[in-house]
Ligand binder design. Structure first.
Ligand code: 5GP
Length: 192
């Protein structure tokens, strides 16, 4: 796949192709549709990383007969990594959802779960708002360094124990637009 030159030099290898990611999103959509058959559903994408997975998931759900009766797509923006490749361990909300979730069936859609703190923060924030049901969907699971045990209802693919980029995931705001998941070359990591 041809990408910009500066991107080409930074990528060590592809971990999951666009096709493999599409298939995983479809599998997730099938599972979510089964659990929300003919029921209203709110998908909450966790920005910025989940920007592609939540939209692809919403479109895949629309094509499934006997899926949810209606879908609201909403977003929440949180930050835990700042501008580095290591989590600060502190989750900050930058933008809340724009629609109320009280009484709704809610699925939180995250790009990747690593130490689990982001998902734990969102689960407890949303539980307080009394949704009808609350589930979590992650496209990539990195189960190696959990700091908290947090339930994940739908898991797409298992990521290797590495810092990964692409399909929404960034390094210093770059590489999100890659349609595949990739590992960066060590030289691509800037100091600071
Ligand atoms: P957690 O709070 O579970 O450690 O991490 C959740 C958030 O950290 C994700 O939504 C994502 O934004 C970021 N994150 C975790 N692992 C990675 C990774 O390998 N690559 C990138 N780009 N972001 C990650």
């Amino acid at each position: 796949m041809k990408t910009r030159e500066s991107y080409d030099g930074a990528i060590e290898r592809t971990l999951f192709t666009a096709k493999e990611i599409d298939a995983a999103v479809q599998r997730l959509a099938n599972q979510i549709a089964e659990d929300h058959c003919r029921q209203p559903l709110t998908l909450v994408g966790v920005l910025k990383g989940a920007l592609y997975v939540v939209t692809d998931l919403a479109r895949a759900l629309a094509a499934i007969p006997d899926g949810p009766s209606e879908i609201i797509v909403d977003y929440i923006c949180v930050s835990s990594y700042g501008n580095s490749a290591r989590s600060s361990g502190e989750v900050r909300m930058l933008k809340d959802v724009s629609e109320p979730i009280t009484g709704r069936n809610v699925v939180i859609v995250e790009d990747i779960v690593d130490n689990g703190l982001t998902l734990q923060y969102l689960r407890s924030l949303f539980e307080e708002r009394r949704p009808a049901s609350l589930r979590a969907c992650v496209l990539f699971d990195k189960p190696y360094h959990r700091r908290v045990e947090v339930p994940v209802d739908y898991v797409g693919l298992q990521s290797p124990d590495q810092f990964v980029v692409g399909y929404g995931l960034d390094y210093q705001e770059l590489f999100r637009n890659l349609p595949y998941l990739a590992q960066l070359r060590p030289a691509a990591f800037k100091e600071g």
